[in-house]
Design a protein around this ligand. Structure first.
Ligand code: ATP
Ligand code: FE
Length: 340
């Protein structure tokens, strides 16, 4: 089957054509980093307006590049949340319009399911179940993925997400948004042992995460003027690596899943990829992480999640809602409340 994927839940506008046998026929993405840079973060209203202007061209472009018409498409997959609601509505309404106009089915994709299933687009050997470390701009969770739509959350962050921590630390260091890539570049010139920083929750009995205290420690390190920025960046990155590895090791001990998978924007980080690959090897698990371009937001992962759902008969009505919040494991959310 041929799936058109549309994404606009944050500050990237994207479209892609992907087949259910893992061929990416075309993809296009336009980021808005420059537009939001003066504000040090994403401004929702600016993002939503930009999506409206950019998305129609991207849809035409991917169809043209693949030499396909909309009639060749078997289903239209659009991110329906979670994210900035004004942005989410752009891709979802575009998808609904195309579905209505062509009579093709709509798949309303959870952006987090896009991240969660993305490794399967490039790794045909990755079957279910797997333990997923989902590390992105808005999330830091450990989930057992038993199948498409079957997620059991083992842990989450009690304060900031991992990507949020990178972005906040970068801001403190005067680095441009988004902070993750900027920190990674600066860290390459620094000493990860130079600055003593905390490892919040490391060693604690539940595999949850916390990064707020680490951010405050970075703030103190910056303000005391005693350290090189590169050393702070390298030490911060190492602290995040240590937290992710320790928490994931604990969760692996509670899961029989044969594979460990890392996904989400922060999984683009090389130090994090390498540390988790080592952990998987030492725990005797298979390891899978998508290439960096598939970790950060894109429409190929949305089209792929659409393909996974469409081939299982999971399509959505045209009144599918846009959702600002949409947990992968609603049961865990109810039991533990919003933060934990
Ligand atoms: P969510 O997926 O939770 O809704 P999002 O879509 O905004 O949030 P992603 O695009 O998946 O997030 O990831 C963006 C985050 O990843 C940003 O916080 C960014 O700083 C971080 N990031 C990107 N590249 C790297 C990197 N090389 N190292 C560390 N962090 C990175
Ligand atoms: Fe994302």
């Amino acid at each position: 089957a041929l799936i058109l994927g549309l994404e606009s839940s944050c500050d990237d506008t994207a479209a892609a054509l992907v087949t259910s046998d893992r061929r990416i026929l075309a993809q296009a993405i336009v980021g808005q980093n420059e537009a939001h840079r003066p504000f040090g973060g994403v401004v929702p209203e600016i993002a939503a307006r930009a999506h409206v202007e950019i998305l129609p061209d991207l849809i035409r472009r991917v169809l043209g590049e693949a030499g396909k018409s909309i009639d060749d498409v078997n289903a239209i997959a659009a991110t329906a949340g979670p994210g900035l609601i004004g942005g989410v509505m752009v891709a979802l309404l575009a998808g609904k319009g195309l579905a209505l106009g062509t009579g093709k089915p709509l798949v309303a994709v959870n952006h987090l399911e896009g991240h969660a299933l993305s490794p399967r687009l490039v790794d045909p050997d990755l079957g279910f179940p797997y333990l997923l470390l989902l590390v992105s701009g808005g999330h830091c969770q450990l989930l057992e993925v038993a199948g498409v739509g079957e997620y059991r959350r083992l842990a989450t962050t009690i304060d900031d997400a991992a990507g949020e921590a990178f972005d906040k630390a970068a801001k403190l260091l005067g680095l441009p948004y988004p902070g993750g890539p900027a920190i990674e570049r600066l860290a390459a010139e620094g000493d990860p042992k130079a600055v003593p920083l905390p490892r919040p929750l490391v060693g604690s009995g539940e595999p949850h995460f916390s990064f707020a205290g680490l951010k405050s420690a970075v703030q103190r390190a910056v303000q005391c003027n005693a350290y090189r920025p590169a050393d702070i960046a390298a030490s911060f990155q190492q602290a995040v690596v240590d937290c992710l590895v320790d928490r994931t090791r604990l969760a692996l001990g509670r899961s029989d899943a044969p594979a460990l998978v890392v996904a989400g924007g922060v999984a683009a980080n090389r130090a994090i990829r390498e540390a988790l690959q080592k952990l998987a090897a030492s725990e005797g698990r298979q390891f899978s992480v998508p290439p960096a371009w598939l970790c950060t937001d894109n429409a190929a992962m949305i089209a792929w999640a659409g393909a996974e759902r469409f081939t299982r008969g999971l399509t959505d009505p045209l009144d599918a809602p846009a959702r600002a919040r949409w947990p992968l494991d609603p049961a865990a959310d109810k039991v533990r409340g919003a933060g934990v």
